[in-house]
Design a protein around this ligand. Structure first.
Ligand code: SF4
Ligand code: SF4
Length: 465
């Protein structure tokens, strides 16, 4: 048989597929997971932590808020840890549990299985009724049902696209934009409507074709998985030969060839033909077959989560060098992210020696030589509040007073903004002792919402030997 994607026989036409709803152990927990993830998606833009949205990706202001913390465009290096952590985490999960992401957490599966197919079933009925309706001529009943279904699809697509946009604008601004005239926010209006149409097309019509034709992850799985990775698999040793009335029941395997596992499959494949790229590991065939096994009084698990080695009766080894490397690198990436966030100061301070002479001698007398050093000080407010910033003007070293002259401070820095100052540090040469340089701790004070914080920046004072 020529190799082709199931339900896309190669003539450019698609074979419509109407999967039966499966019921059982995995279905129950998949539904719970789906509701949890759907609720998280819809609620997250409305949840506030420390007065900030739980998640806000404000691209025009280059400000990103995650769970009470604000990040700015200059925090981009942090993205390395985020991307590395999630990519390596996915490698680790795939190498051990196969396509568990596809079946349990992928937005495409959740959208089709958890939302759109439920609406379709509500309006058009179960898989048999849906198939019959599709084949029926366009009479009044069909028109009403199809129109109702697509209207509800449109409403849910609008809701999803608006919620999605709220992640970029904040729930409050989206609400006020939605209530005002479209002409006042034309760009937003076009973006949200285009997103609505894409969602409607994808979940309403394109459906499982995204998994079987477009998604690169499905194609990558053969590289990431091996004979010890868990997959949804049919136990051929137990199932074959399939039921044949001409054979005695002892000669038959456990598979009664009822096709229930095929009828429930959202991508329309027959898992008994072996592991296939179109399998999204949704577990529906496990539930369907377990149901049959219970009825025929055979042990459950003819189709189950199993590794290729497990199917051959060999030991499955999950923990191997590859797995440890993936897990180690994932943990390292998240540790890097954690340390980055932990060490990230709300005030970013850069002190550079100004581009003139390294020092100036201001005055020389018998007992005292006065020196000045000139620095440029960059202060960036990395918090989400306005910040008043000032410098402690005096210091003491080796019994000599150090004077700090800052013509432009104190100043208020808005969130995410930075200011540049010139500072002059006046000190006696005795401060340096017999050396030509010495470290000095500059004390910078910030006041934000009446909370005062002190920061220390170490700089190097220089003078003649
Ligand atoms: S559901 Fe089970 S018994 Fe029925 S055809 Fe599939 S594998 Fe065989
Ligand atoms: S073969 Fe089974 S697990 Fe794979 S997509 Fe079909 S029903 Fe889901």
């Amino acid at each position: 048989m020529a190799e082709s994607i199931h339900k896309l026989p190669g003539d450019g036409l698609r074979i419509n597929h109407y999967p039966m709803a499966a019921r059982g152990f995995f279905r129950k927990y998949r539904t719970l997971t789906q509701w949890l993830l759907v609720a998280t998606f819809f609620l997250l833009p409305f949840v506030k932590i420390n007065g900030l949205p739980a998640v806000l990706i404000n691209l025009p202001d280059r400000r990103f808020t995650f769970f009470g913390l604000s990040f700015w465009s200059h925090d981009t290096p942090m993205l390395f840890f985020v991307l590395a952590g999630f990519s390596l985490g996915l490698l680790f999960i795939t190498s051990v549990w196969g396509r568990v992401w596809c079946g349990w957490a992928c937005p495409q599966t959740i959208g089709i299985d958890g939302i759109f197919r439920r609406i379709e079933t509500l309006v058009e009925g179960n898989y048999i009724a849906r198939k019959k309706l599709q084949a029926a001529p366009f009479d009044k009943e069909k028109i009403i049902k199809k129109a109702t279904k697509w209207f509800l699809f449109f409403l849910i697509s609008m809701l999803v696209s608006h919620t999605f946009y709220a992640y970029f604008t904040g729930a409050g601004s989206l609400a006020s934009m939605t209530l005002s005239s479209p002409s006042e926010n034309l760009t937003t209006f076009y973006i949200v409507n285009a997103t609505t149409l894409i969602i409607l097309f994808n979940f309403g019509w394109f459906k499982e074709q995204l998994c079987t034709v477009i998604c690169p992850y499905g194609r990558l799985q053969s590289v990431l998985m091996d004979e010890d990775s868990l997959v949804v698999a049919y136990d051929e040793n137990r199932g074959e030969p399939r039921k044949d009335r001409k054979r005695s029941s002892e000669e038959n395997g456990d598979c009664i060839d009822c096709y229930k596992c095929v009828v429930v499959c959202p991508t329309g494949i027959d898992i008994r033909n072996g592991i296939q790229m179109e399998c999204i590991a949704c577990t529906s065939c496990i539930d369907a077959c377990d149901d049959v096994m219970r009825i025929t009084k055979r042990p459950e698990g003819l189709i189950r989560y199993e590794s290729e080695n497990g199917l051959k009766g060999e030991k499955t080894i999950f923990w191997k060098i590859k797995t440890y490397i993936y897990l180690g690198l994932t943990l390292l990436s998240f540790l890097g992210l954690f340390l980055y966030v932990l060490n990230r100061s709300e005030l970013d301070i850069t002190a550079l020696r100004a581009q003139d002479d390294p020092y100036q001698i201001l005055s020389t007398s018998e007992d005292k030589t006065l020196i000045a050093n000139h620095f440029t000080l960059n202060l960036r407010n990395q918090s989400s509040q306005e910040m008043e910033v000032d410098i402690i003007r005096t210091g003491e070293m080796e019994g000599s007073e150090i004077e700090i002259i800052v013509p432009t401070l104190p100043e208020i820095i808005p969130p995410g903004e930075s200011i540049k100052n010139h500072i002059f540090i006046k000190f006696s040469k005795s401060v340096l002792g017999k050396k030509s340089s010495r470290h000095f701790k500059l004390q910078i004070m910030t006041k934000s919402e009446s909370v005062t914080t002190q920061y220390i920046k170490e700089i190097s004072l220089v003078g003649p030997i």
